[in-house]
Design a protein around this ligand. Structure first.
Ligand SMILES: [Zn+2]
Length: 124
């Protein structure tokens, strides 16, 4: 319970933990933050005002399929609750894909390499 940071999850898996429950995907969404494999994004930032890419290219979630970073930033600025919903959808899908990748890495014996990659973009 309460372990939701990507690096903490990897450390848990390395220690044999196989179930996690945390508010981080929804709490971060409420603060305009999105998880991606390239690192976190804060869509409140002005640099996203004209960014018409999805939250994360290659993500198959409904938010990334239909909405741009710029539009979600507009929704945040307008205090429209759809912003938090879209970011929550993306963040939960991110963690589903993250766990899929973790399972692959355990099977292939590449967990250490994945941990290094994630630690670079999600420093503790
Ligand atoms: Zn997405």
């Amino acid at each position: 319970m309460g372990v939701g940071h990507p690096v903490d999850i990897i450390e848990g898996v390395e220690s044999g933990v196989d179930m996690f429950d945390c508010v981080l995907p929804t709490r971060n969404a409420r603060h305009g933050r999105a998880f991606t494999f390239e690192g976190p994004l804060n869509l409140r930032n002005a640099c996203f005002a004209q960014d018409f890419l999805p939250i994360e290219e290659g993500c198959d979630c409904a938010a990334c399929q239909g909405f741009s970073r710029a539009y979600i930033r507009h929704l945040i600025a307008a205090r429209e609750s759809l912003a938090w919903t879209l970011l929550t959808i993306h963040n939960i899908r991110f963690f589903q894909r993250f766990m899929e990748k973790l399972r692959e890495c355990v099977t292939e014996g590449t967990l250490h390499k994945f941990r290094e990659e994630i630690s670079r973009v999600y420093p503790v």
